[in-house]
Design a protein around this ligand. Structure first.
Ligand code: ADP
Length: 184
């Protein structure tokens, strides 16, 4: 499971594991953007929150994850990226995983200073045109992360699952740090 603030590189590192190990990525941000792109009712609803830098309500998010989990074969390992993001989501995930006979093997927290995050997100906004990568919304997203997602790290720290990794540097270098942390 990857945790870390917006722009910390969760998606990039998750995609690396998909390529190198054949794991499946479960990114709630990507799932929401897919719905937005297809113009589904869920997408229209989610976009209202995303564009403000707020979290989509837990119930909607958890339902979407439950449906995605159903489609992933039991033997396939999953990289969670961007979920869970609230304590309620973490509690729901514990129940879902029990239901599906799965366990959390580890939680990697990517550590990146706020100034670096701001720079990365503004750059991504210019390059990819993501509607939530604007200077006003970025600040809000970083604040929401501190308030709502920081406590989720404690949820997993209690189970000794958390490994902190320095998320500043080249993508491959960080991938090596991750691999080392996963073995530690
Ligand atoms: P980032 O981590 O850079 O913010 P994501 O693609 O993971 O990017 O998420 C983009 C937006 O999608 C979030 O700001 C939020 O509105 C919504 N979102 C993604 N994951 C969740 C989640 N687990 N719970 C609620 N909202 C979410």
């Amino acid at each position: 499971m990857f945790m870390g603030p917006p722009g910390s590189g969760k998606g990039t590192q998750a995609q690396g594991l998909v390529r190198s190990k054949g794991w499946v990525q479960l990114s709630t941000g990507d799932l929401f953007r897919d719905h937005v792109g297809r113009g589904t009712a869920l997408g229209v609803n989610a976009k209202r929150y995303m564009d403000k830098g707020e979290y989509v309500p837990d119930e909607i998010t958890i339902d979407m994850v439950r449906q995605r989990l159903r489609d992933i074969p039991h033997a396939t390992r999953i990289v969670f990226d961007g979920f869970p993001r609230t304590v309620a989501q973490a509690d729901a995930l514990d129940r879902l995983l029990a239901e599906f006979g799965r366990v959390v093997d580890g939680v990697i927290v990517l550590d990146v200073p706020r100034d670096e995050l701001l720079g990365r997100l503004v750059k991504r906004g210019k390059e990819q045109g993501r509607s939530d990568d604007t200077p006003e919304v970025i600040g809000k997203r970083l604040d929401v992360y501190e308030q709502q997602t920081r406590p989720v790290i404690d949820h997993y720290a209690r189970e000794q699952l958390v490994r902190k990794v320095d998320g500043v540097g080249a993508v491959e270098e960080i991938a090596r740090r991750l691999a080392a942390a996963a073995e530690a």
